[in-house]
Write a protein that binds this ligand. Structure first.
Ligand code: OAD
Ligand code: ZN
Length: 257
């Protein structure tokens, strides 16, 4: 399970870190209160702030970091049952983890849906508008086209239901870079069997690790990149990691706006 804290080393702010999280730096977006940026009622009144944020997160702007590549390496080794992410930056896909292994619980910019006629379209259809500071509209009915990001109160993507089978099957749960404050995602952390070790790698102790710790919990505090590098070293994968990161960074061209 991962959250915004795995992407701060890639240069994307998280949501709740005091002072530098997105929710404390949204004044520039012209919204009444931070969470409004993910609220439908506000979006229909004024979709601009959300699309300003979307433009910031344009897929070419950021690259995966060691944390994403660590998850990719777990996949390459056949050890990743599933990656549940709350992130909407697409960096898990960009790191080369196949869509079948991902549950993008809070949605994705890879596709969008018309808010009036519900026609679905691929990301390529709306990015040009977003990058030109235009609100994208439906080719059929002219309704606003909303990227498939889950707003507060909206149902999670159907794939989220995979958790019903995945969590009881897991024999290790690793949780990285999340405050575990948003439901229903946060409660997944309680979905593994009580005998299954849970590893929290985060800046601070959060959620169930604070108020309902289990006997086999492991908590590694501090910067996620530092912690992951330490873990990779303990596993004897440092060389492999270095090769993977080198290969992938040579492959992914950085797109400048
Ligand atoms: P938060 O901003 O709530 O939490 C990020 C966590 O990562 C915090 O506990 C930070 O201390 C930690 N963190 C940040 N940088 C770190 C670093 N370099 N090393 C280690 N830890 C670090 O983000 P999420 O938990 O992902 O919803 O937030 C959940 C949801 O709230 C988001 O998906 C978003 C928001 O409303 C939607 O986008 C729909
Ligand atoms: Zn339409």
């Amino acid at each position: 399970m991962v959250g915004a804290g795995i992407s701060t080393p890639s240069g994307i702010p998280d949501f709740r870190s005091p002072g530098r999280g997105l929710y404390s730096s949204l004044q520039q977006y012209d919204i009444p209160y931070p969470e409004a940026i993910f609220e439908l009622s506000f979006f229909f009144r004024n979709p601009k702030p959300f699309f300003t944020l979307a433009k910031e997160l344009y897929p070419g702007n950021f690259r995966p970091n060691v944390t994403h590549y660590f998850l990719r390496l777990l996949h390459d080794k056949g050890l990743l049952l599933r990656l549940y992410t709350q992130n909407i930056d697409g960096l898990e896909r960009a790191s080369g983890i196949p869509a079948s292994k991902l549950v993008e619980a809070h949605g994705t910019f890879a596709s969008a849906t018309c808010t009036i006629c519900l026609r679905s379209c691929p990301g390529e259809d709306f990015w040009a508008d977003v990058l030109a500071d235009r609100v994208p509209s439906c080719r059929v009915c002219t309704g606003i086209v909303k990227p498939d990001i889950v707003f507060f109160g909206e149902p999670l993507p159907e794939r989220f239901l995979l958790h019903v089978a995945d969590f009881p099957m897991a024999d290790l749960l690793v949780i990285l870079g999340t405050s575990l404050e948003v439901e229903p995602f946060a409660s997944l952390s309680e979905g593994v069997c009580s005998s299954v070790p849970r590893v929290l790698i985060n800046q601070d102790v959060v959620g169930t690790f604070a108020w309902h710790p289990r006997g086999r919990d492991v908590v590694q505090l501090g910067d996620v990149v530092h912690s992951v590098e330490k873990l990779v070293k303990l596993l004897g994968w440092t060389e492999e990691m270095r090769d993977l990161v080198r290969r992938e960074t040579e492959k992914v061209p950085r797109v400048n706006r």
